[in-house]
Ligand binder design. Structure first.
Ligand code: ASP
Ligand code: MG
Length: 418
């Protein structure tokens, strides 16, 4: 017997027929003798619809009321799933965020889970009743409804799994696992059996949008074993394995067979910003990045060019394109303090990242990347590295080519696999 948290995304919950499939899958786990709690998303498209209502009502909507509106999508699906489970003879009831409760910070529309009272879920599990919990929602200390940010029901599921000390958190989604890269770009991409939390964090934050990034960080901190699975397969005793997201220790034994690189991700949502002729003196760089940080703008790649004879230098960096307008505003305001000449930006760039814990113990990962790109005439505009990641910024038009070339260069293509 295992204790399992099952999470179903919006595609799996879109309509009663699909909810019936979900219920059958839940019943299957219950019939195997497992203790099960379920976390659900709203029907796909529903949250967008609710967000639009708020915008239409007033562009300057009160975020506390926005949360009341958008949290309702999950209330509907959790109740419906409980009804369908009951109709299949499975004991079930819904537990809304405020009923448990799931306490969060008061950062409306992007609240963080602080505590989950697991008493009710524990009692339900002990009584053989399935607790159906709407994802995405919680409540502040002063009893206002909150939501966790888009895609937040993944984080709800991991948090419930952590609170219940579940053996596994199974996330059913419309992809059947985590791939070496986007299979729409590289048909020879392979499904990974296992990936470490750290790798998944890097892959999620650089564009592999399988899970909400925050849910991966939480899983890593709480050591929750997360499995990504397809919601479209029929439940069987030997389901097609998805991808397990685990600690590095669980992969250790197989290091020998492990690829140097685990996956390749791309992100077209960054913009390159360049300040020309910034005075080359101590404090100059701080005068650029401190006000951006104060404005909560996440600067990613940074390149400072060699100084001109004139005692000035160009500084290039990237910001999320969604934050571009705010970034330019901050930089223009600080122009006097920073003392640059021109402010230039380019949205036609993409960040390509190769990720793998295997590179910790191997040299030459970056140079292989640069060689492979150079061979195709792809120019590198900026570089960043971490212990398990090398990222380059390139012209966006070459994104697909770069991903394909690197996938082959690192031996990730399916037919190359041993
Ligand atoms: N329904 C919410 C959204 O669409 C939360 C989720 O599905 O994870 O963002
Ligand atoms: Mg999602």
């Amino acid at each position: 017997m295992a204790r399992i948290v099952m999470k179903f995304g919006g595609t799996s919950m879109a309509g009663i027929e699909r909810i019936r499939n979900v219920a059958n899958r839940v019943k299957h786990e219950v019939d195997l003798g497992n203790e099960v709690a379920v976390v659900v998303s709203a029907m796909s498209g529903e949250t967008d619809r609710l967000v639009n209502f708020c915008r239409e009502a007033s562009p300057l909507y009160d975020p506390r009321e926005y949360d009341v509106v958008v949290a309702s999508g999950e209330q509907v699906t959790s109740g419906l799933l409980a009804i369908v489970l009951q109709s299949l003879g499975v004991k079930a009831r819904s537990w809304l965020g405020w009923q448990l409760p799931i306490r969060t910070s008061d950062a409306h529309a992007s609240a963080r889970i602080e505590t989950i009272n697991s008493e009710a879920i524990g009692k339900a599990m002990a009584a053989g009743e399935v607790a159906v919990i709407p994802g995405f929602q919680g409540m502040t200390v002063d009893d206002r409804v909150t939501t966790l940010g888009r895609g937040g029901s993944d984080t709800s599921a991991v948090a419930v799994a952590a609170a219940m000390k579940a053996d596994r958190c199974d996330i059913y989604t419309d992809v059947d696992g985590v791939y070496t890269t986007d299979p729409r770009i590289v048909p020879k991409a392979r499904k990974l059996a296992k990936v470490t939390y750290e790798e998944m964090l890097e892959l999620a934050s650089v564009g592999a949008k399988v899970l909400q990034t925050r849910s991966v960080g939480l899983a890593m901190k709480e050591r929750v074993r997360v499995q990504v699975l397809s919601s479209f397969d029929q439940p069987t005793d030997n389901p097609t394995p998805g991808t397990m997201i685990v600690g590095e220790d669980e992969i250790e034994g197989t290091t020998m067979e492990r690829q140097l690189i685990t996956g390749i991700a791309y992100d077209k949502n960054e913009t390159k910003v360049t300040l020309t002729a910034v005075p080359d003196r101590p404090g100059a760089v701080a005068s650029i990045f401190a006000p951006l940080a104060d404005a909560n703008i996440n600067v990613d790649m940074i390149v400072q060019n060699v100084a001109h004879d004139t005692g000035s230098t160009d500084v290039t960096f990237t910001v999320p394109t969604a934050e571009l307008a705010r970034s330019l505003d901050v930089l223009e305001r600080e122009r006097g303090t920073i003392g640059y000449e021109r402010l230039i930006h380019d949205t036609n760039v993409a960040k390509i990242s190769v990720v793998g814990v295997g590179m910790r113990s191997h040299a030459g990962v970056a140079s292989k990347m640069f060689d492979a790109l150079a061979a195709r005439g792809i120019n590198v505009l900026a570089i960043t590295t971490s212990e398990i990641k090398v990222s380059v910024l390139i012209n966006e038009d070459y994104t697909e080519l770069a991903v394909r070339v690197l996938h082959t260069a690192y031996g990730l293509d399916a037919e190359d696999a041993a």
